[in-house]
Design a binder for this molecule. Structure first.
Ligand code: FAD
Length: 437
């Protein structure tokens, strides 16, 4: 399909946040363009091979329903999801289907390379580098869902990066998958080496469900001492995927990198593959159950937990997260706590909320400061470093994307600015993410 000159809503970046924004805005009747660097959808959910979806519950109440639930339901129907673990290929296919069915347009293999403003606070158009040359597209409302805050940078809007004190960013991880694992044998091994595993493990396994195992500290530390494995690794962590004997590894730990720069991301890619090879060797050689196991694949790219985030009308903080903040105009609810993977080799920080607890995310954290028609969703949402570490997970990224999509389509429909959209109207559109069912 040829790109048009004009759209009502333009969304940059097609990770789960951009996908959710596009589905919602298109379902709301807007002419939507979703722009993506890769020739497929999903961002971290596909290229990063990040699985599982983080659970988003307060007690037994699911906090994110809306578009996220649509994606989840279709993944289950396709047999590509068990519990909260899913296949990246299925995410790509299903997200595609949902966008086309709702009437959104996608420009794959296309990068946003410049942002034209009216010289003040309003974006007028984006310059795109497409496979067939440069193309300018104009729009009324814009959503930055690039994870890296690309529209913020290119448009000269305010943003932050990393820890407020040091500027450092969370460690990166190149996901990989192994097959041919005898999971029951590995599980048996863990029961005899409990001291090697993380505190949250209860060693009671139900093999019909997803299983998470994290630790192997004894063999890992020995291998590190002997120079066989990079010292930056903290532990080995995997979750089994639907097919028997397959598991997804969130294990490599690439530290001291600023992934917003091409040179550092290049370095991260090389370190990531080296670490994968080292861990696979270690498991195959030393851990019962991995004797016949093999490496299936790695993420298309290294998983990036954070780069830039917006300075927004409201900056959601770690205290908001841990103290269960409530707001006058919430757009999402979540229960994931502070989760900071140490930027240097050190102790990562993970703080959970109580089982029944949840917090709200306010509309203000989507509204970019000093920008009239630009919102942020997902990984580049407006938050402090601590706040961001909780909000970045997939269900919350989907919910914030969905809220941006709803606001955008209402703004177009009402011929209002994004901040003028009446909250009662917005709430009606995203009520599934705000009320108990
Ligand atoms: C290692 C790791 C482990 C994680 N573990 C979990 C977990 O277990 N559970 C969980 O729920 N979450 C987890 N997360 C968090 C979660 O995966 C991400 O934060 C979330 O998927 C981000 O979604 P997003 O849509 O905001 O951004 P992204 O998925 O990063 O998508 C941004 C998209 O924008 C595109 N883009 C960027 N710049 C441009 C441009 N200029 N032009 C066009 N396109 C552009 C990119 O190609 C990309 O597709 C993890 C993340 C990482 C990295």
């Amino acid at each position: 399909m040829q790109l048009k000159d004009n759209y009502e809503v333009i969304i940059a970046g097609a990770g789960i946040a951009g996908v959710s924004a596009a589905i919602k805005a298109a379902a709301g009747g807007s002419r939507v363009l979703l722009i993506e660097h890769y020739p497929f959808l999903g961002g971290m959910s596909a290229a990063g091979m990040v699985s599982p979806f983080m659970k988003s519950y307060a007690g037994d109440q699911e906090l994110v329903e809306g578009v996220y639930k649509q994606i989840e339901n279709r993944l289950r129907e396709a047999g590509a999801m068990i519990d909260n673990g899913y296949y990246a290929w299925a995410f790509r296919a299903i997200a595609n289907e949902l966008i086309w069915q709702n009437g959104g347009e996608i420009a794959f293999n296309t990068d946003v390379v410049d942002v034209q403003t009216d010289g003040h606070q309003r974006i007028e158009s984006l310059m795109l580098a497409t496979g067939s040359g440069m193309k300018r597209v104009a729009g009324q409302v814009f959503v930055d869902a690039t994870g890296d805050g690309q529209l913020l940078v290119l448009g000269g809007f305010p943003w932050l990066k990393g820890d407020e004190q040091t500027g450092k960013m969370q460690a990166l991880t190149l996901f990989f998958r192994m097959g041919g694992i005898d999971v029951e044998k590995v599980a048996e091994y863990t029961k005899h080496h409990k001291e090697d595993f993380l505190e949250w493990m209860d060693f009671k396994y139900d093999f019909s469900r997803i299983i998470s195992i994290a630790g192997f500290k004894g063999p890992l530390y020995r291998a590190q001492k002997e120079g066989r494995v990079d010292k930056a690794l903290e532990y080995i962590f995997f979750t089994t995927l639907p097919a028997t004997g397959e598991a997804s590894f969130n294990t490599t730990n690439i530290v001291g990198i600023d992934p917003s720069t091409s040179s550092e991301l290049t370095r991260a890619e090389m370190i990531g593959h080296q670490q994968v090879a080292e861990v696979v060797d270690l498991l195959q050689e030393e851990i019962p159950g991995f004797g016949q196991a093999f490496l299936v694949d790695t993420g298309v790219q290294v998983g990036v937990r954070e780069t830039r985030r917006a300075q927004s009308d409201y900056m959601m903080s770690g205290d908001d997260v841990m103290n269960q903040a409530r707001f006058k105009e919430p757009v999402a609810r979540a229960s994931y706590g502070i989760d900071i993977h140490d930027p240097e080799k050190g102790q990562s920080r993970l703080e959970h909320l109580q089982r029944e607890a949840y917090y709200e995310v306010p509309k203000g954290s989507l509204m970019v400061k000093d920008a009239e028609n630009l919102m942020v969703a997902g990984r580049c949402i407006g938050a402090t470093w601590e706040g961001h570490s909780a909000l970045r997970v997939q269900p919350t990224s989907s919910a914030t994307g969905e809220a941006c999509g709803a606001i955008a389509s209402l703004a177009v429909q009402n011929a209002q600015s994004i901040r003028q959209v009446p909250y009662v109207q917005l709430k009606q559109k995203i009520r599934f993410n705000l009320e108990n069912h």
